[in-house]
Design a protein around this ligand. Structure first.
Ligand SMILES: *[C@@H]1O[C@H](CO)[C@@H](O)[C@H](O)[C@H]1NC(C)=O
Ligand SMILES: *[C@@H]1O[C@H](CO)[C@@H](O)[C@H](O)[C@H]1NC(C)=O
Ligand SMILES: *[C@@H]1O[C@H](CO)[C@@H](O)[C@H](O)[C@H]1NC(C)=O
Ligand SMILES: *[C@@H]1O[C@H](CO)[C@@H](O)[C@H](O)[C@H]1NC(C)=O
Ligand SMILES: *[C@@H]1O[C@H](CO)[C@@H](O)[C@H](O)[C@H]1NC(C)=O
Ligand SMILES: *[C@@H]1O[C@H](CO)[C@@H](O)[C@H](O)[C@H]1NC(C)=O
Ligand SMILES: *[C@@H]1O[C@H](CO)[C@@H](O)[C@H](O)[C@H]1NC(C)=O
Length: 293
């Protein structure tokens, strides 16, 4: 509760700063961010969201009433088809938002190398061992991307947000009540203990087949390249693993996301460093009731 209040307060503060700033410098937030990458901009963090609802014998049961721990599963497999008909996969994760149906993935998972949208995109939270999780798959109803990625596929901005269709849950509550959701943080420091989870195809995740079939986990220390990326020293695979969250404080189900697998440079996997103001602006855009991609 207190954390929520702090979050809303900070959000309001950030929007206020943005309004003041944009009133004399530039008309839109994208414009302001496009020209400079100012890493002194406000940082805020949002905590993870615990699972509230479990499905037991086809009925929705509050996890608070269960006598066992129900594990969160906010990470899932993203499946889509390019406009030329080629199927591909990525990893996405649900992040803690007021809307509750919002996910994060890599920018490259939202537009292809020809800057075209993918079609028939679905998200399967908790996918593992070749099988959907208990909730099945959810259609993706839209996405937002940083302008820098959308226009030039700038690697520094290789991330984006997705909105999922929660109607199949038959619930007045959003997806994150059923899966839990990752927290997020914009302060990236060097040598961060990190967990990365996803569905790499052809990658180097330890103790995992790396054939896009299993949820694979890498644990280690990420390295910051100032002004550019945060990196992990493994190959993420040709596809499947892009979009996989870099997390701190991962407890087996939930953690706090601070980057995602974005590109591979031949040695390391590069994760973009998010700008908190741009992140909040895109979040506001995708959560708007009128949002339609
Ligand atoms: C997307 O799904 C629809 C309905 O199943 C299908 O008609 C269409 O061909 C699919 N698009 C692609 C690119 O596969
Ligand atoms: C994976 O799935 C196969 C059947 O598809 C099953 O036999 C096996 O036990 C499963 N493994 C795990 C670890 O769940
Ligand atoms: C939602 O309702 C549909 C149709 O009544 C049913 O097929 C589906 O299993 C329900 N989903 C859940 C998660 O209960
Ligand atoms: C889906 O999520 C939205 C946003 O949180 C919520 O308002 C709605 O009641 C949920 N359920 C359905 C069936 O749309
Ligand atoms: C980050 O830490 C590594 C050692 O873990 C070091 O080699 C590297 O120079 C550090 N980078 C920065 C930007 O401090
Ligand atoms: C990072 O992990 C190492 C090894 O598990 C541990 O000793 C260290 O305290 C951790 N650092 C932080 C900042 O949590
Ligand atoms: C990394 O950042 C530095 C300083 O901001 C910049 O000069 C360099 O071009 C960047 N490298 C890449 C690969 O973006």
């Amino acid at each position: 509760m207190i954390k929520n209040i702090i979050f809303y307060f900070l959000t309001a503060l950030i929007m206020l700063i943005f309004k003041i700033d944009s009133s004399y410098s530039s008309p839109t937030i994208h414009k302001a961010i496009e020209n400079t990458r100012d890493f002194s901009e406000p940082h805020f963090s949002v905590p993870p969201f615990e699972v509230k609802n479990a499905i037991v014998n086809n009925k929705i049961v509050e996890t608070a009433n269960l006598d066992f721990e129900f594990k969160a599963f906010p990470i899932g497999k993203l499946s889509m088809v390019s406009q030329s008909g080629i199927p591909t996969t990525c990893t996405a994760s649900i992040i803690n938002t007021q809307d509750g149906n919002i996910g994060l993935t890599a920018g490259r998972c939202l537009i292809d190398s020809n800057f075209q949208d993918y079609e028939n995109m679905t998200f399967s939270p908790g996918f593992d061992n070749g099988t959907d999780g208990v909730l099945g798959e959810f259609p993706v109803i839209g996405y937002v991307l940083p302008k820098e990625y959308k226009e030039s596929r700038n690697k520094l901005f290789n991330w984006g947000l997705l909105k999922f269709d929660n109607r199949s849950l038959n619930s007045s509550q959003p997806l994150q009540y059923f899966t839990g959701a990752l927290g997020y943080d914009f302060e990236v420091v060097n040598s961060t203990n990190t967990t990365v989870q996803g569905y790499p195809n052809g990658g180097q995740f330890p103790n995992c087949m790396n054939i896009g079939y299993e949820l694979c986990t890498w644990e280690g220390v990420s390295t910051l390249i100032p002004g550019n990326f945060t990196t992990i020293p493994i190959y993420v695979g040709d596809d499947g693993g892009y979009g996989a969250p870099y997390m701190t404080n991962f407890n087996g189900g939930l953690g706090t996301l601070y980057s995602n697998c974005g590109n591979y440079d031949g040695v390391n996997t590069l994760g973009p460093i998010y700008n908190g103001i741009e992140f909040q602006a895109l979040l506001d855009e995708i959560m708007a009731p009128t949002f339609m991609h």
